[in-house]
Design a protein around this ligand. Structure first.
Ligand code: PEP
Ligand code: MG
Length: 884
């Protein structure tokens, strides 16, 4: 295979499509050269050669050397310069360039080819000896760092000493002779440190520099960066060997970077900075403050320093034209680097520019309006999870963070408040007008009112489907769970973080639910704004999407916010969450503690009107859209008090003895409640509970239909079914109640009775279950838990270790395990459809809001995804992208 690709002089061997082979930089240099743009000629050594290099024990093979030398000849011809020549010497840059951008992680050597002779020739040729010696010392410094492994700092020390001795303040104050002396000092330093001298042979320099750039693929910071950004080790880096151009040849020279549009606002205006008389590294180093490229930008920044537009009008106009051309060509915002050498413009790089979500929206929408891209392309330009930036307050990325711990990013957005340790404290503090962060080891249903009162929630235990995570997401409250490195001491009311930082009740803490970080103190936030662009883009997404997007909503508040985010119905109403609100838990407890059916029915009678009014409200808000209501799911003990003090309180409130209560709690206790007496098992043991719920549902549906004049599209969902007979039994109860209510009200309410598919047995027996079920809703939280045999509440203790050790890539409770759980879904879908070809199917586990999982659902041909209210826009966008 071809090892070396040429570019320059209006021609190139490769192009933008060759990113995998030539790396981003090389591919786009080739593309720009082919477009006839001014690109210094050069060659790209492919990423494949990087693998070959490592296979050969870090040696550059002779074939590669021969190809590079041949390419170099062409560069010499194109530039009219000779590499190592004693007149008009050719200098080279040797730059890394991998497939994914890895800013600053890999190595680069500039000004290569200089030695004691060529430096003289360069000075002669440029008519600037000072420039030549400065370039030489820069080269030695960089080469020594990258190739010879000598720390840059020791050179800076020598330079500072020398400047001190000469009484000079800035580098620019040094003369040619003085730089020449610095070069002598540098070479001596290398000899002292390494017992070898700085190589004078340009070819030796070249081979060693190429080898060093390849080797930098495996340096520690690159490895870390790849792990963080999930860039495969196997990609390797290409190496670009290119003729140097100089931005530091006096006042008609400059170097800079620009975005073709503003990357933070998306405004269509060239946006960039440059430094006159400087090399690219000076811009990055931040020694001098760069100047604005455009006059408009200069005025906006209030800077006195002239813009490039004013200073070099010709080069600027050419540059602006090229930027327009690149945008047209790539149909996207570009991030470019350039150099002006004595008035002549050279393009050094172009790539897709990174941008904020707000800018991404605006750019995508305006490019559609400009006719540059299609609506569908625009929809694909936005990364769905990035919508969080628009929907929640986020931490200002520019401010320093004092991190004291971290956990799982369970519910996005960030919030600051005073620490409280109990729900009661949260409610009391909120009543005083305080903003609080509720810190718990884990939350339970009894904390709901405190969670409502809090700005954010932090738990030290639990995973992405733990109670705290699910409830916080539903409420749209930032939440971090499973912060295992932090310790909560409830007795002393302290929270201890990493480094032994201990915070007390009332201390200020910031929770970043988007990154999982816990920060000490108050941190500046950016407020969300929904622009008109958001509305336009989402409308295009809705047009492109096939699957419906519903919401998981348990309360009228959830339902309203989900509607405002565009939910097309409720895919899951977890009725148990309705029993935690206000005083209802008392009636619920009476029902649970009842020792016989009569007592239970009496308690249920108190719950009925409460449930009915909740459902009526939900149906009214959803106004004719589908609403899926699930029968009671959780184990009963979740509603009962736990600590002795709580038991005393509850016993007193209920007028029973603490002994009696403790005994009943004991009787209900389970070893594995997640696998215990829950789901349809409750409805089978106590059908009167299902009866009450069904009655509340049908009566509410009747009321809502009368009030709104629209029939309710009702779906009743039976949880945790593994056997068809379970579903038959519970459906029998529902159907019987429906009959009663119809005859009482004289109004027939249509409904579907369906089942959760959340146990492996249900997935495997889907064809049989589908004989009874009128729809399927995949409960991927429990299905993941039961397929892996990993408790969803305990997995957070070992999942991070699994990820670190490379045993799993993603947390399967966050992003669907396609291979295992996914295959069960496919099996269930296929078998279910075998029995009923039109069987409606959706997903309502937390995966319903995860873009990768949504792609999977599209491929499995599900009818809808259902997710927490604040995820709805993310799901709409991801579903559209999946369909495009
Ligand atoms: C599920 O198991 O995926 C589900 C949606 O139900 P829950 O999380 O309430 O168990
Ligand atoms: Mg479940």
């Amino acid at each position: 295979a071809k090892r070396v690709y040429w570019f320059g002089g209006g021609k190139a061997d490769g192009g933008a499509v060759d990113v995998a082979l030539l790396g981003g930089k090389g591919a786009h240099l080739a593309e720009m050269a082919s477009l006839g743009l001014p690109v210094p000629p050069g060659l790209t050594i492919t990423c494949d050669c990087c693998h070959e290099f490592f296979r050969n024990g870090k040696k550059i093979c002779d074939d590669l050397k021969a190809d590079v030398l041949e390419g170099l000849k062409a560069v010499e011809q194109e530039t009219g310069r000779i590499f190592g020549g004693s007149e008009r010497p050719l200098l080279l840059s040797v730059r890394s360039g991998s497939r994914a951008s890895m800013p600053g992680m890999l190595d680069t050597v500039l000004n290569l080819g200089l030695n004691d002779e060529t430096v003289q020739a360069l000075g002669h040729d440029a008519g600037d000896a000072r420039f030549a010696w400065d370039s030489y010392r820069r080269f030695i410094q960089m080469y020594a760092d990258v190739v010879m492994g000598l720390d840059n700092e020791i050179f800076e020390e020598v330079l500072e000493d020398e400047k001190g001795r000469l009484g000079r303040q800035h580098d620019t104050d040094l003369s040619a002779v003085e730089w020449q002396h610095v070069v002598t000092l540098y070479k001596r330093l290398i000899e002292d440190e390494l017992d070898e001298s700085f190589p004078q042979d340009p070819h030796v320099q070249l081979w060693k520099a190429i080898a060093a750039v390849f080797s930098s693929w495996h340096n520690a910071r690159a490895v870390t960066y790849r792990t963080l950004h999930r860039i495969p080790e196997t990609w390797g880096t290409a190496v670009n060997v290119q003729a140097m151009v100089f931005g530091n040849l006096g006042s008609t020279s400059a170097t800079g970077v620009a975005f073709t549009r503003n990357p933070s606002t998306g405004e269509k205006a060239l946006y960039g900075e440059f430094l006159a008389n400087a090399q690219g590294e000076d811009v990055v180093a931040g020694i001098r403050t760069p100047q604005s490229i455009t006059e408009e930008g200069r005025l906006a920044s209030g800077s006195e320093k002239p813009s490039m537009e004013k200073l070099m009008p010709e080069a600027f106009q050419e540059f602006r034209g090229i930027c327009d051309r690149l945008e047209q060509h790539y149909q996207d915002l570009q991030d470019v680097e350039f150099t002006v050498e004595r008035g002549k413009l050279w393009m050094l790089q172009t790539r897709t520019g990174k941008r904020t979500t707000k800018a991404a929206m605006r750019v995508a929408v305006e490019m559609v309006e400009e006719g540059l891209i299609t609506e569908e392309q625009a929809v694909c330009r936005i990364d769905p999870p990035s919508l969080d930036q628009l929907l929640h307050p986020t931490i200002d990325p520019r401010v320093p963070r004092h991190q004291i711990g971290s956990g799982l990013p369970a519910s996005p957005g960030a919030a600051t408040g005073e620490i409280v340790f109990t729900a009661e404290q949260a409610v009391a503090a909120e009543a005083e007008g305080k903003r609080v962060v509720l810190v718990r080891i884990e939350t339970s249903p009894e904390d709901i009112h405190g969670m409502h009162a809090a700005e954010a929630i932090l738990t030290t235990r639990g995973g992405m489907t733990s109670h705290a995570a699910v409830v916080a997401r539903g409420m749209g409250i930032p939440c971090v769970v499973g912060a295992g490195s932090m310790r909560v001491d409830l007795r002393n009311e302290t929270l201890t973080g990493t480094g032994g930082v201990t915070l007390r009740k009332g201390d200020i803490v910031t929770v970043d639910g988007s990154s999982g970080q816990i920060l000490k103190g108050r941190v500046a936030m950016q407020q969300p704004e929904l622009s008109g662009d958001f509305g336009k883009l989402m409308a295009w997404a809705d047009r492109a999407r096939r699957m419906q997007v519903r919401t998981n909503a348990d309360t009228p508040q959830d339902a309203r916010s989900a509607r405002s985010f565009g939910a097309e119905g409720i895919g899951l109403c977890r009725t148990e969450h309705m029993f935690f609100e206000g005083d209802r838990i008392h009636a619920m407890r009476e029902m649970i503690l009842a020792e016989d059916e009569a007592a239970r029915r009496a308690a249920l009678a108190k719950l009925l009107p409460l449930q009915r009014s909740d459902f009526t409200e939900l149906f009214t808000i959803m106004h004719g859209l589908p609403v899926t209501i699930r029968l009671l799911d959780p184990p009963l003990h979740e509603f009962l008090p736990k600590t002795e003090a709580e038991i005393d309180d509850v016993a007193r409130a209920m007028g029973m003895s603490a002994d009696f209560l403790a005994r009943r709690i004991d009787a209900i206790h389970e070893f594995n409640p997640m696998l215990g007496h829950r789901g349809c098992r409750l409805a089978i043991s106590y059908p009167e509970i299902a009866e009450m719920q069904a009655r509340a549902i049908f009566e509410a549906a009747t009321e809502a239909a009368k009030a709104t004049g629209e029939p309710v599209e009702l779906e009743i969902l039976v949880p945790l079914v593994g056997l068809r007979a379970e579903l038959d039994y519970v459906k029998g109860v529902i159907d019987a109640v429906a009959g009663h209510v119809w005859s009482e009200t004289g109004m027939e309410i249509g409904y579907l009775a369906g089942t959760m598919i959340e146990l492996p047995r249900a997935a495997i027996r889907a064809h049989v279950i589908a004989e009874t079920a009128e729809f399927f809703s995949f409960g991927t939280n429990d299905l993941t838990q039961t397929t892996f045999g990993m408790s969803r509440d305990d997995a957070a203790t070992f999942i991070p270790t699994y990820q670190r050790k490379g045993i799993i890539e993603h947390d399967p409770f966050v992003s669907l395990d396609f291979d295992g759980v996914g295959e069960l879904i496919q099996i269930a879908a296929e078998r279910g459809r075998r029995t009923k070809p039109d069987l409606k199917m959706g997903i309502c586990g937390e995966h319903g809001g995860d873009p990768a999982s949504i792609h999977f659902c599209e491929n499995a041909d599900l009818d809808y995804v259902s997710c927490s209210p604040f995820r709805v826009p993310v799901a709409r966008l991801a579903a559209a992208q999946a369909a495009i």
